[in-house]
Design a protein around this ligand. Structure first.
Ligand code: UDP
Length: 235
């Protein structure tokens, strides 16, 4: 395996499968099976999960809701997803812990960096819920932050597309895919990988990001074993 400790970022929308709201249990089971292929090979896996399949603060704000109130709802949505993912992973026989950035002690452990690292060392998958615990941030920022804190080798951003393209491949037939790209090129070309806050945090801390198609079976294992699929963003 090329990477020993990874931070996998899954968007909330990815959990919807073909639905337009909520969680598709089949998709969840598929993801758990993909993750199992890593834990079977003693890769240390931490996961940050989004909440966009349930609620986004910005969507609430666009309809007149207070932004902070909406972001609190979004953070709770990530915990709902985290619980669902934890349950799916346990069904696959994987030991897991859910750590939350906001206090919700009856439901999840609080985020404690040293404890998270210890869980990973013991082979448990650690799911980080609640984003960063602050409004006006995204779970991409949480993913980068946690990855740095736990000393992950790489951030794996599992998406529906198989990498970063010169333009939107769903709209432009001339779009070309990058196998490798630098942080500076992503910024200069105005490409969308993560929001700017998350992206620059990753750049400043020299933490590579690999964007890949999480919905093709076997891809997660391929990426972690060093096979060149998706797009790698590096210094
Ligand atoms: N959120 C937040 N602070 C964070 C992370 C998330 O307030 O640190 C809220 C925010 O409202 C966001 C929602 O949680 O819209 C869901 O997260 P995100 O949109 O990043 O989920 P994804 O797009 O990955 O499904």
């Amino acid at each position: 395996m090329q990477y020993k400790r990874i931070l996998l970022k899954l968007s909330g929308e990815a959990l919807m499968g073909d639905r337009n709201y909520g969680i598709d249990p089949n998709r969840l089971q598929e993801y758990a099976q993909e993750i199992r292929q890593l834990t079977d090979r003693e890769v240390e896996v931490a996961i940050v999960i989004g909440g966009g399949n349930i609620f986004r603060g910005i969507a609430g704000a666009s309809r007149g809701m207070d932004r902070v109130q909406g972001d609190h709802m979004g953070m709770l949505a990530t915990i709902i997803n985290g619980l669902a993912l934890q349950s799916a992973l346990e069904d696959e026989g994987i030991d897991t812990r859910l750590q939350s950035a906001i206090k919700i002690n009856e439901v999840a452990e609080p985020f404690i960096r040293r404890r998270a690292v210890r869980h990973l060392e013991k082979g448990r998958v650690v799911i980080f819920g609640g984003g960063t615990g602050n409004p006006y941030f995204t779970t991409d920022s949480a993913a980068v932050l946690r990855a740095i804190e736990i000393g992950a080798d790489v951030i794996l951003k599992g998406t529906r597309v198989d990498g970063i393209y010169s333009s939107d491949p769903e709209k432009d037939t001339n779009a070309t895919k990058f196998d490798d790209i630098t942080f500076n090129d992503v910024l200069q070309k105005g490409l969308k990988v993560m929001d700017t806050t998350a992206f620059t945090l990753s750049q400043e801390n020299e933490l590579p990001i690999i964007v890949f198609d999480m919905n093709t079976r076997g891809n997660l294992l391929k990426v972690v074993s060093g096979e060149r699929i998706g797009t790698k963003v590096n210094l």
